[in-house]
Design a protein around this ligand. Structure first.
Ligand code: NAP
Length: 285
């Protein structure tokens, strides 16, 4: 990893560059999102992650426009919510997302969660394929620069890839110390899929872990900065969220230190220290 700033990019399989740290907006209320996103762009983020279900796309779009940063310099991701699966519903949901964000294209659009067998039985794979057909069309039309999935495990990816014309470029999954998802990360990395880490702080649960705090102390860094750096050193793209400008800044200030192999191994070995650790095959939303 040779990154020196959060605007340095990973390269997706279609040659699109994606800034190596994204700014998360989950649970950022609609009325806070405008200011938070403007501040995130002002402190230097150029990659914003939202989703239809967060209910804040309008504020995210306003924050982008309030900043002095041209739209073309910002990498903007949104996600299709679970109630909108299938070809027609996906097309309509995408239009609504663009409308709420006030933009005419997305940089990345993701299926937020796979349809699973628990909810959809034998129809699950077919439904994911049908949703993906709409994603492929949106991609071919140029209205979205890259397409991908979220919370897909290797078996969901294998099923999708068996019928896809365009292979997913990204899988956004929960990854943080204590929940490294090594198998899913290895699968994606072997198949040209960029992994993004949602909940890089385990939704802040992992930040008091003594191992992370001690490793941070050795480098003059916080446990949060250790989490971000650990993801990057695994070639995983972290999406830290904070509504506080000082934390936004600190969370991207990770390019002046390096975790050594012993530290990486100690963090890799952590278990059960927080986060949701949800199994996408078991969720019922
Ligand atoms: N695809 C999916 O299914 C999915 C699911 C969840 C999240 N996501 C994406 O991933 C992003 C990140 O995940 P997340 O928001 O769940 O959790 P996270 O980034 O792991 O943690 C955010 C929490 O940590 C706190 N925090 C941030 N920086 C801190 C620091 N330096 N020191 C102490 N506390 C700090 C934040 O509080 P303050 O805001 O008060 O600072 C917030 O409570 C989301 O925002 C969203 O964009 C995707």
């Amino acid at each position: 990893m040779a990154f020196t700033s959060c605007t340095d990019t990973f390269t997706l399989r279609n040659a699109v560059g994606i800034p190596c740290i994204g700014y998360g907006t989950f649970e950022t209320p609609a009325d806070t999102a405008r200011k938070a996103v403007r501040e995130a762009l002002e402190v230097g983020y150029r990659h914003i992650d939202t989703a239809a279900v967060y209910g804040n796309q309008q504020g995210v779009g306003e924050g982008i426009r309030d900043s002095a940063i041209p739209r073309a310099s910002i990498f903007l991701t949104s996600k299709l919510w679970n109630t909108e699966r299938g070809y027609d519903a996906t097309m309509a949901a995408f239009d609504k997302t663009l409308n709420e964000l006030g933009t005419d294209y997305l940089d990345l659009y993701l299926i937020h969660w796979p349809a699973n067998r628990k909810q959809y039985g034998d129809r699950a794979e077919e439904l994911n394929a049908e949703t993906w057909r709409a994603f492929e069309e949106l991609y071919s039309s140029g209205r979205v620069k890259a397409i991908g999935v979220s919370n897909f495990l290797p078996h969901h990816l294998q099923a999708l890839e068996s019928t896809a014309t365009v292979k997913p470029m990204v899988d956004q999954i929960e990854v943080h110390p204590g929940w490294p998802q090594a198998e899913a990360v290895a699968y994606c990395q072997a198949h040209g899929i960029q992994v993004e880490a949602w909940g890089p702080f385990g939704h802040k649960d992992v930040l008091n872990d003594p191992t992370l705090v001690a490793i941070g102390k050795k480098h003059g860094k916080s446990s949060a900065q250790v989490c971000v750096r650990w993801a990057l050193q695994h070639n995983v793209l972290p999406l830290p969220k904070s509504v506080h400008a000082d934390r936004m800044k600190a969370n991207m200030n990770v390019f002046d230190f390096e975790l050594n192999d012993t530290e990486i191994a100690a963090i890799d070995a952590l278990q059960g220290i927080g986060g949701s650790c949800a199994n996408p095959d078991e969720v019922d939303f």
